[in-house]
Design a protein around this ligand. Structure first.
Ligand SMILES: C[S@@+](CC[C@H](N)C(=O)[O-])C[C@H]1O[C@@H](n2cnc3c(N)ncnc32)[C@H](O)[C@@H]1O
Length: 210
């Protein structure tokens, strides 16, 4: 998928209201790990923030949050939610694959369901490299990723094998853990996910090679 195709695809899902990932609350996996990764005042970058619940949650814990999206409608909802809750998040309409995000280096990056939609090793590597570029040395990346061990029938989040995650991420990050879990979901049963925690490698490559 090219970025233009990504925008069109996600835009039509937001327009139709078919956004099963959008639970209206922060994901329990993020809640479980956040405090052990960064302290209040740290700079966090969220990629693919959707309608903003995770970004707003992180900002409420005292983090300085920059959150990006490629779909204007989703970002607008996120801005409105944050305003309503009087929470300060730097929301940006930006494609990290195309343009740098101001504010680097960040202490931590987070994505829920963004990395996993890239449909080739080359694109996933590029995404991992772009995350790494925006982090300080030894900065953390927490990612929630669809899991190929999910045997539920029908559609759901893209499902990656552990090896597909590792191949893309390892050149840029030490993998501290890759743990099988479940997305926080309104679906029953919830989709399985991987919880990836990476630490940016010293001297991580500045380019992604296929
Ligand atoms: C499965 S949704 C998850 C949204 C949000 N993280 C959540 O958990 O509710 C993936 C999101 O990533 C966004 N996205 C896809 N590619 C992106 C990119 N290159 N940069 C920023 N956002 C992107 C999509 O528009 C979509 O909102």
């Amino acid at each position: 998928m090219s970025s233009k195709e990504d925008i069109n695809c996600f835009e039509s899902m937001y327009r139709s209201g078919h956004t099963p990932w959008d639970t209206g609350r922060p994901d329990k996996n993020l809640k479980e790990y956040l405090a052990s990764l960064v302290s209040p005042g740290a700079k966090v970058l969220e990629i693919g923030c959707g309608t903003g619940d995770n970004a707003i949650f992180m900002a409420r814990t005292g983090l300085k949050v920059t959150a990006t999206e490629i779909v204007p409608m989703a970002l607008q909802k996120a801005v409105e939610k944050a305003k309503k809750k009087s929470v300060n998040v730097n929301f940006l309409l930006r494609d990290i694959m195309e343009k740098d995000i101001s504010g680097r280096p960040f202490d931590m990056a987070f994505d829920r369901g963004c990395f996993h939609h890239f449909d080739s090793l080359q694109k996933r590597r590029k995404f991992a490299q772009r995350i790494s570029y925006h982090l300080r040395e030894e900065g953390s990346w927490l990612s929630l990723i669809g899991n190929a061990d999910d045997t539920r029938p029908g559609k759901g989040p893209p499902r990656l094998k552990a090896l597909e995650v590792v191949e893309a991420v390892e050149p840029f990050f030490e993998i501290l853990f890759l743990k099988s879990s479940y997305f926080d979901s309104n679906q029953d049963p919830p989709p399985r996910c991987w919880v990836l925690l990476g630490k940016k490698r010293k001297g991580a490559p500045l380019k992604a090679t296929p």
